[in-house]
Design a protein around this ligand. Structure first.
Ligand code: SAM
Length: 343
């Protein structure tokens, strides 16, 4: 492909789908699958996804067939991505043989053998959603893909967990964890400096006056989940690994790589710590490497699967309280030791 002159976030999210598909930690996904299979008695399973983007996680959760009868709520703060999600899902679903009935552009029911799933998209900031829904509704499963590294996790998690039923499940995937590798090297010292400064911009990000990012979100989630009383049932790496084969990069992944280089460019443009000319040449060379199929890009990430306390919470609880709760993990299977009732 020709080096793009303009960049589109929705195109980036669409291009990211195959990259994420390859990267999810299969063992962690297996743990989620078994836990859901054991919960199938309580139907429909109510699923909430935050930071859902253009709805690619909805598509893959349906394709994974981990949900039979379910009500799926997908929210995102950016109205443009929600418009795209509402356009994409019906097309994707009919291509996969689902029978679709739409109640509105944002609300639809998808049916296929063994699957009956209602999906509702909404453009809303997650904090506003929590405030509105906390006293009204609760969910069984909370999903967030490539989202938690963009927000202030310690204050966000207790709010998000307040929307879960006692014993609800959490599946947090593709959480960036502080390692970016770009090969081949251009200038080892400059390469290192650019990656270090780029990671620093993630930690310094401020949205609406609040810190909203952490370049080591993945590793910090162990403590952050524990502080909220989450029983961690599984965790593992979900690194992005991109390289070109004989036929170049798969699918739209050349665009994905150009977008990543563009993101680094935008984040560090004008940095007083970089020589502007050297940085411009470095960016140009990285784009050229994509064009020539030479760029290898690796980002270290982590996936998590856990279960919240048997008590409904509005604030973090101590991990020791949680240990007495609900979950027994036997071998590879996850068994609930408590009967759940709806609120
Ligand atoms: C990196 S994208 C990932 C999107 C999608 N989960 C995926 O993997 O394709 C992060 C998404 O989080 C959304 N987001 C960021 N902060 C948010 C907030 N405070 N409330 C709701 N959505 C937010 C962004 O609009 C964006 O669509």
């Amino acid at each position: 492909m020709v080096i793009p002159k303009t960049y589109s976030f929705t195109r980036y999210l669409a291009a990211k789908k195959t990259v994420d598909d390859r990267s999810f930690n299969r063992r962690v996904l297996g743990s989620l699958t078994r836990a859901l299979a054991n919960n199938m008695a309580k139907l429909p399973i109510e699923v909430l996804e935050v930071g859902a983007g253009i709805g690619t996680m909805v598509e893959r959760v349906l394709a994974w067939k981990v949900l039979g009868n379910a009500a799926y709520t997908a929210i995102d703060g950016d109205p443009d991505v929600i418009v795209e999600a509402c356009r994409r899902l019906p097309r994707w679903a009919s291509g996969c043989g689902y029978r679709l009935s739409a109640q509105s552009p944002e609300k639809m029911v998808l049916k296929k053998t063994d699957q009956d799933i209602s999906v509702e998209f909404e453009a809303i900031e997650f904090g506003d959603f929590v405030k509105r829904e906390r006293a009204r509704r609760s969910w069984d499963l909370l999903l967030a893909n490539a989202f938690l590294d963009l927000i202030e996790v310690p204050s966000a998690l207790p709010r998000l967990f307040s929307l879960l039923r006692p014993g609800g499940l959490v599946y947090f995937t593709i959480n960036f964890d502080g390692v970016t590798i770009l090969q081949p090297e251009i200038d080892p010292a400059l390469d290192r400096q650019i990656v270090t400064l780029y990671h620093r911009t993630m930690g310094n990000r401020v949205t609406s006056g609040k810190r909203s990012g952490d370049s080591c979100t993945g590793r910090h989630l162990f403590a952050n989940l524990r502080a909220c009383g989450v029983e961690l049932l599984d965790a593992g790496s979900s690194d992005w690994v991109l390289f070109a084969g004989f036929n170049g990069y798969p699918e739209e992944e050349a665009y994905f790589l150009h977008h990543i280089i563009h993101t680094i460019h935008t984040a560090l443009n004008g940095s007083s710590e970089l020589d502007a000319n050297l940085f411009a040449s470095w960016i140009k060379e990285r784009h050229n490497q994509v064009e020539q199929g030479r760029l290898i890009y690796i980002a270290h990430q982590l996936d998590f699967f856990g279960r919240v306390s048997g008590q409904r919470q509005n604030s973090p609880v101590k991990y020791t309280t949680q240990r007495r709760s609900i979950q027994a993990v036997k071998g590879n299977s996850v068994e609930s030791t408590e009967t759940e009732t709806k609120d």
